[in-house]
Write a protein that binds this ligand. Structure first.
Ligand code: NAD
Ligand code: UDP
Length: 337
């Protein structure tokens, strides 16, 4: 089966392409490289022995999408392409709405015209806003707290409307919790451009000496050690969640919503300690005020994914840290250009 993978050169998309190839699917990567490097394609080939087809382009380019869909018989789409920095989305909301929501409109119009109606969408736990309780179930109320989150929520709503209007569509909304880790080979991992926004790449950069210390945002949350808790999930498990979702979606019209997490929360200090064990040395940190907009605790109820997809996260916190460390220490500056 040919799977069009928008954003397939990015962190999660590229590792999902590895798993797709290993599972016997044929990914076709569609990416404009606005937040990724071309070297990633070589790495996919090195790991799998197969070079995925690459179409360099923008999901807002309808002509290129039409050409792509005419040239290749696409069975399903995994739609990763999007901008993902929360802070940047507050500063540049239009760019986020245009790329994430507008880009998805163009993609959907092209898919509808070509009769491709199976799509898996990269959503986020951010759509739950500040949850009233944890663990979070898929039917909890949604609400975004920043423009990035609103692009995810709007896209989810648009996709649900499309299914409602045309029941031939199969749409799967995968709400990722906190993806971390790298391919266990150390050849592929997260390569944030500029200053990272997320905890794990920041810890990894402290470990490798690219930054002096970690700033812990708040130690006065109502959590056991006072620091914020999240559901960190290994990117390999997340990639496998896509394969499970794909198998589930084929021939199953409707809107399907799944949390992809481990079902366990880990604190900021817990992550730091686990990473210290992986890299074998203490890592400097300082405590600062809470980061505006942060929630105290967020982790998934994963029972629905287990029940309906037959999928659960298998890798441990130790795996997440060891694999991140292997990637970061062997590629201290990320992918080459
Ligand atoms: P990433 O930035 O590494 O990958 C996104 C890819 O999409 C990049 O390769 C980028 O070049 C490409 N892209 C962006 N806009 C494009 C466009 N208009 N046309 C073509 N390509 C475009 O991000 P990621 O961490 O791999 O995330 C993938 C998806 O998962 C995103 O939609 C993100 O919002 C979502 N998500 C990520 C996280 C996370 O913490 N990483 C959490 C929840 C959801
Ligand atoms: N965090 C932190 N210092 C940092 C970055 C993040 O203490 O430099 C904390 C943050 O407050 C949150 C957790 O780490 O409790 C995860 O943050 P991240 O931005 O990675 O994910 P999100 O908050 O979007 O779930």
């Amino acid at each position: 089966m040919n799977i069009l993978v928008t954003g397939g050169a990015g962190y999660i998309g590229s590792i999902t392409c590895v798993r797709l190839i290993e599972a016997g699917f044929t990914p076709i990567i569609f990416d404009n490289f606005c937040n990724s490097k071309r070297t990633v394609i070589d790495r996919i080939e090195r790991i799998t022995g197969k070079r995925p087809l690459l179409i360099e382009g923008d999901i807002r380019d309808r002509t290129l999408l039409d050409q792509t869909l005419a040239q290749h018989k696409i069975d399903a789409v995994i739609h990763f392409a999007g901008l993902k920095a929360v802070g940047e989305s507050v500063a540049k909301p239009l760019a986020y709405y245009e790329n994430n929501v507008g880009g998805t409109f163009t993609l959907l119009q092209a898919l509808e015209a070509a009769g491709v109606r199976t799509l898996i969408f990269s959503s986020s736990a951010t759509v739950y806003g500040d949850p009233a309780s944890v663990p979070i179930l898929e039917d909890f109320p949604t609400g975004a707290t920043n423009p990035y989150g609103r692009t995810k929520l709007m896209t989810e709503e648009v996709l649900s409307d499309i299914v409602h209007a045309n029941p031939a569509w199969s749409v799967t909304l995968l709400r990722y919790f906190n993806p971390v880790g790298a391919h266990p080979s150390g050849l592929m991992g997260e390569d944030p451009q500029g200053i990272p926004n997320n905890l794990m790449p920041l810890i990894a950069q402290v470990a490798v000496g690219r930054r002096e210390k970690l700033t812990v945002f708040g130690n006065d949350y109502p959590t056991p050690d006072g620091t914020g808790m999240r559901d960190y999930i290994h990117v390999m498990d997340l990639a496998d969640g896509h394969i499970a979702a794909l198998r589930h979606a084929i021939g199953k019209p409707g809107t399907h919503i799944f949390n992809l997490g481990t079902g366990r929360g880990q604190s900021v200090l817990g992550m730091l300690t686990a990473f210290e064990r992986a890299c074998g040395r203490p890592l400097a940190h300082t405590i600062a005020a809470r980061r505006p907009g942060d929630v105290a605790a967020c982790w998934a109820d994963t029972a629905k994914a287990e029940r309906e997809l037959g999928w659960t996260a298998k890798l441990s916190l130790e795996d997440m840290c060891a694999d991140t460390w292997r990637w970061q220490s062997s590629n201290p500056n990320g992918y080459a250009d």
